[in-house]
Design a protein around this ligand. Structure first.
Ligand SMILES: [Zn+2]
Ligand SMILES: [Zn+2]
Length: 76
């Protein structure tokens, strides 16, 4: 029995984790700085500070993480 594991190497990922768009010349892929998954540029429009400090740098995050992080901080 030669069971291969199903980990997908970075290069083999050809679709956005979120919307399923194929990556390509017009669909550059980006890493979410929070969950570290790969997404197309459309799904990583969010920019948010990962810490509560006033001067915390804003980093690129995916839509999913942006929503989650904003909720975690409380809406205000
Ligand atoms: Zn996408
Ligand atoms: Zn994310």
């Amino acid at each position: 029995m030669n069971k291969k594991d199903h980990r997908v190497p970075d290069k083999a990922v050809s679709k956005c984790t979120s919307c399923g768009s194929d990556y390509g010349a017009f669909m550059p892929r980006h890493h979410c700085r929070n969950c570290r998954d790969l997404f197309c540029y459309k799904c990583t429009q969010g920019r948010i500070a990962l810490t509560a400090e006033d001067n915390a740098p804003q980093v690129h995050v995916c839509d999913r993480c942006q929503k989650g992080l904003i909720q975690a901080k409380g809406a205000c």
